[in-house]
Design a protein around this ligand. Structure first.
Ligand code: NCD
Length: 320
């Protein structure tokens, strides 16, 4: 019987050997990753002269990004270097997959070059799990975003950020606004928030951009942004994932901003100390007003910095 992604990522002793999904990842693993990241935040401190630790010395990390990325690929690279690994970034546009080689054949060749860890981003949902099922035991796969499915390291850095600012998940209300149906970030966040016992998860957006099964997942649906934002502790905005949509589904920028854009006025409906998050890349004046993005409640750049420590934690834990 083929194993699911959440089964594949743990070995027979329940240890984390790949990170493929936050859906079904036990709470103790999530907390272990967040706590380990906490230790690495200190290593990443800009005042510290030597930012490196030797945990992955002699290991080869291959970044395989079949889709564009700035933050995720770069922070994986920085994280691997801070763990003293050797990092190889594959240029997919000029690689043999572009000549028709299958992804699994490419992987086999890189394993033959002594790869230890692959970070994989692919437009096809399930691609990292397929690779995890294929590789030998000593090779570890980290999903860096697959299709509309999951983006577990983003979800974890978002959990880290929420815990940093709000401490207790059982006491916070989190609102996610916008294109949730095409967002792997939202799906990873919802899964982790549920596991961590978040008091209330809200999804705000037009019906066409919200998944059908949100109710089943215990998420409250709001088709009115003002109602949805009332008294929340965390507001997460999302980019419209145009590349994952059919042409007729793509909302126009101005129209979208008018109904669903996070403006300063709307943000005032949330708790006065609410934080504003965005996974990036951000489209100003489409899903978020510039004054909110640059405002004092925004923690968007802190998310990026915490992402390095989270990726260090994940890489060191799967390979240990
Ligand atoms: C997200 C992604 O690629 O899923 N970005 C990211 O990794 N920080 C979100 C997006 O593409 O809008």
């Amino acid at each position: 019987m083929t194993k699911t992604a959440s089964q594949l990522q743990l070995n027979d002793h329940g240890e984390l050997i790949h990170l493929l999904t936050l859906d079904g990842l036990p709470k103790e693993h999530i907390l272990k990753i967040l706590d380990t990241a906490g230790q690495f935040v200190a290593v990443s401190d800009s005042d510290r002269e030597i930012k490196k630790v030797p945990l992955l010395r002699g290991k080869n990390v291959f970044n395989l990004f079949f889709e564009n990325s700035t933050r995720t690929r770069t922070t994986f690279e920085i994280a691997a270097k801070r763990l003293s690994a050797d990092v190889i970034n594959l240029d997919i546009q000029t690689s043999s997959t572009a000549k028709g080689e299958t992804v699994l054949d490419t992987i086999d060749n890189l394993v033959a070059m002594q790869a230890d860890i692959f970070t994989v981003r692919h437009s096809q949902s399930g691609a990292p799990a397929e690779i995890a099922a294929h590789v030998p035991k000593h090779v570890h796969i980290i999903n860096a975003g697959d299709g509309t499915n999951q983006h577990p390291t983003q979800g974890l850095l978002d959990m880290y950020t929420m815990r940093h600012y709000k401490q207790d998940f059982t006491k916070i209300k989190v609102a996610i606004i916008g294109d949730i149906v095409h967002s792997r970030v939202a799906k990873s966040n919802i899964a982790a928030l549920k596991t961590l016992g978040c008091q209330e998860i809200r999804a705000i957006g037009p019906e066409s951009l919200l998944p059908q099964d949100l109710n089943v997942m215990g998420v409250k649906i709001y088709n009115n942004i003002e109602e949805g934002l009332r008294d929340v502790d965390v507001v997460m905005t999302l980019r419209i994932q145009k590349e994952r949509m059919e042409a007729h589904q793509i909302p126009q920028g101005d129209e979208f901003f008018k109904h669903w854009g996070l403006t300063q006025e709307r943000l005032q409906l949330a708790k006065p100390d609410a934080i504003v998050m965005h996974p990036g890349p951000m489209n100003r004046e489409v899903e978020i007003a510039s004054e909110v993005a640059d405002g004092k409640q925004a923690v968007i750049l802190q998310q990026v910095t915490f992402g390095i420590a989270i990726r260090m934690a994940v890489m060191s834990l799967v390979a240990s």
